[in-house]
Each structure stands twice: as structure tokens, then as C-alpha cells.
Ligand binder design. Structure first.
Ligand code: G3I
Length: 331
């Protein structure tokens, strides 16, 4: 049998290869992480609710543990994420008496959050997802409704980038989103990033989450999106890739293991996706999976309870799947 090559070594002339980890998988997937990846992202541990649960309390232990693992094993780290509508505690948006927070106070809380978190890891994070998922999925609506938008207006996005840049001037700063290959949403993301760039906001890249599946998005939309984003002259990073076996809206729960057809389709998809990534390797600086092996994925029990998913290149026994071989064997 053929020796298993290191995924990141195979791609060292193209881009970094990353994985999202949490406090558990940092240990359970340790060997794969060290052998195959040269970048890490914290799946939840650097998010607002985890790291800054109340006004004067910062809880850095779990994020620090991920940083220490990365340092010890020579992996780079992406920071995820500073400003997001989700996983942000309620206290951020209210005054002590429970009334809505003033603009001024919310801005100073945002400043305090970004400078404390990005400041702690200054110089150790190559890219930050500064603002996550601010664009709306709804037809005809530009930005997503959120407390940040309600209280601070559109400017909250530019402000977040400016603060982050001041704190960690060497980190490249990203706007990160999903459904990034949908033509309508793509144009909104493009428009947002273009306008930030034109205003002179320190933004250096676009994060494409790439929560994809066997059927969607189609290859043409992915390639066109890549071209469109690349035309902005910024970096692109694939930030949260997984290839679900279920199409959007598929609510089946009866599958105990993937069918042969699904496995083959997933291999084909991975082969096609990485082909595109290689074509765009001049602008793509890292490709991160939202997990390591099929033994853990946030897609288990999502969007329906009681079902598993198998979205990665390594199986539940942490062995390479045939999809892995498709990704490493290319001409
Ligand atoms: O830790 C608690 C636990 O104490 C509690 O008993 C349990 C009950 O629900 O919840 C646990 O927290 C869960 C947490 O994951 C830890 O596993 C949360 O409910 C659950 O909502 C949370 O999900 C995370 C999700 O973001 C939340 O938005 C996923 O792990 C994480 O993979 C996912 O990641 C996001 C990216 O940050 C942004 N892009 C989309 C991506 C996938 O949704």
C-alpha cells in the first residue's frame, strides 16, 4: 500500500491547508492535525460569547490552548471571529438597566472587544475574520438585520476593520460569508467589499466559507464567483469547507452510512473543487476544512436531529477516504 502523503506538503506551493478544531478535537485528531495541516481555526473558542461572556470578563483559556498547540507544532492560526450577529451575548446590546445600548457605548464595547482579543494574539494570527456573515440571504435586502446594524448602522463594518488593523497591523483582515457562490448573494458580498476597499478601509481578503454539498453549488457558479471575487484584487481564503452528503432541504434521517453513489459523488466533487482552487492559487492563500475527520462535524444533527454526516477527506477511523487520494493525486 502507498504511503500516505501529508496534505499540506502536497499543497505547499499552492496555499495553506487548515482545519477547524475545538477543545476536544485538538486532542482526538492530534496526529492528523500535525501531519496534514499547517493552519488552525478555532471552531467556537474565539467567538464573542466564549471569550467575552460579560462586560469585564474575558475567558481565554480554551483559545490559549489552541494557540499553544499551534505554536508547539508549527501551525499558523486564522482568527474567527470578531464581529458577528450570532454567538454574541445579550449584554453587549443592552445597558445595565436593560434598555437598548447607545451607539456610543456599543462602539466602545466593540473597540474594547476587538482590542483585547486581537491584542492578546497580536502577531500570532495571520488572518482575522473581522466581520462574519453581515450580508443578507433575503432577496432584495443588502445587509442582514442585526443588533450591530440596527444600532451602529452600516458603518459598524468599516469601524471593526479599522480597529482590528490598528491593533494588529500585520494580520490580514477578512470579510467572511456563506452562500458565497450564489449569484445574487455573491453580488452583495462583492458590492460590500468593493465599497469598503474604495473607502480605504483596511480589508485584505474575502473568506468563502464553502459549506457545500454533493449537488450545490454547481461548478459553474463556484468558478464564476472565484473570478468575480478575485477581480477585487484581494486575497481569497476558503475558510470553512465541508461537503455534506445531503442537499439543501434534504431532511432524511434514515441513512446509517453513506451509499456508494454518495461516496463516488463526493470524490468527484472534491476533485473538481480542488482543481478550481489550484487554478486560483495566486489569490487563494489558505483552504480550511470545518473539521478534521468524519468522527466529528457540526453537521451531525444539523439541520435535523438524529442523523450523521460524512463531509471530510478522512473517515471516522481517521483514515484517508478515496476523496483524499483525488485531492492529492493531480497533474
Ligand atoms: O456548549 C454547549 C453545551 O454546553 C450545550 O449543552 C449544548 C446544547 O445545545 O450546546 C453547546 O453549544 C453548542 C456549540 O456549537 C458547541 O458545540 C451550540 O449549541 C451550537 O449552537 C454551536 O454550534 C456552532 C455554530 O457555529 C453556532 O453558530 C458550531 O459548533 C460551529 O461549527 C458553527 O460554526 C459556524 C461558523 O462559526 C460560521 N459559519 C457557519 C458555521 C457553521 O454553522
Amino acid at each position: 500500500t502507498e504511503l500516505i502523503p501529508s496534505l499540506y506538503s502536497v499543497y505547499q506551493d499552492y496555499f495553506l491547508i487548515g482545519a477547524a478544531v475545538n477543545s476536544r478535537t485538538l486532542h482526538s485528531e492530534k496526529d492528523l492535525l500535525i501531519k496534514h495541516y499547517n493552519s488552525l481555526t478555532a471552531e467556537n473558542e474565539m467567538k464573542f460569547e466564549r471569550i467575552h461572556p460579560s462586560e469585564d470578563v474575558f475567558t481565554f483559556e480554551k483559545a490559549d490552548e489552541i494557540m499553544a498547540f499551534a505554536k508547539k507544532n508549527g501551525l499558523n492560526v486564522r482568527g474567527h471571529t470578531l464581529v458577528w450577529h450570532n454567538q454574541t451575548p445579550d449584554w453587549v446590546f443592552i445597558e445595565e438597566d436593560g434598555s437598548p445600548v447607545s451607539q456610543e457605548k456599543l462602539l466602545s464595547r466593540m473597540e474594547n472587544h476587538i482590542s483585547t482579543v486581537a491584542g492578546r494574539y497580536k502577531g500570532q494570527i495571520y488572518s482575522w475574520d473581522v466581520v462574519n456573515e453581515a450580508v443578507s440571504d433575503n432577496k432584495g435586502e443588502f445587509l442582514r438585520k442585526s443588533k450591530w446594524l440596527d444600532i451602529l448602522g452600516e458603518d459598524f463594518i468599516a469601524k471593526a476593520f479599522e480597529i482590528a488593523h490598528e491593533i494588529d497591523p500585520n494580520a490580514s483582515l477578512f470579510y467572511n460569508d456563506y452562500n458565497e457562490s450564489d449569484p445574487e448573494k455573491r453580488e452583495k458580498i462583492y458590492r460590500l467589499v468593493k465599497s469598503l476597499k474604495e473607502q480605504g478601509v483596511p480589508i485584505h481578503g474575502i473568506g468563502l466559507q464553502a459549506h457545500w454539498n454533493l449537488h450545490q453549488p454547481n461548478i459553474k457558479d463556484i468558478r464564476e464567483s472565484m473570478e468575480r471575487y478575485a477581480s477585487l484584487g484581494l486575497q481569497i481564503q476558503i475558510t470553512e469547507m465541508d461537503v455534506s452528503l445531503y442537499g439543501w432541504g434534504d431532511r432524511r434521517t434514515d441513512l446509517k452510512e453513506p451509499t456508494k453513489e454518495m461516496i463516488e459523488l463526493q470524490e468527484q466533487r472534491y476533485e473538481q473543487y480542488f482543481q478550481i482552487f489550484r487554478e486560483f492559487h495566486d489569490v487563494i492563500t489558505s483552504v480550511t476544512f470545518w473539521g478534521v475527520s468524519d468522527s466529528y462535524t457540526w453537521l451531525n444533527n444539523f439541520p435535523v436531529k438524529g442523523r450523521k454526516n460524512w463531509p471530510f477527506l478522512f473517515n471516522e477511523k481517521q483514515q484517508p477516504k478515496d476523496a483524499f487520494w483525488k485531492v492529492v493525486h493531480f497533474k
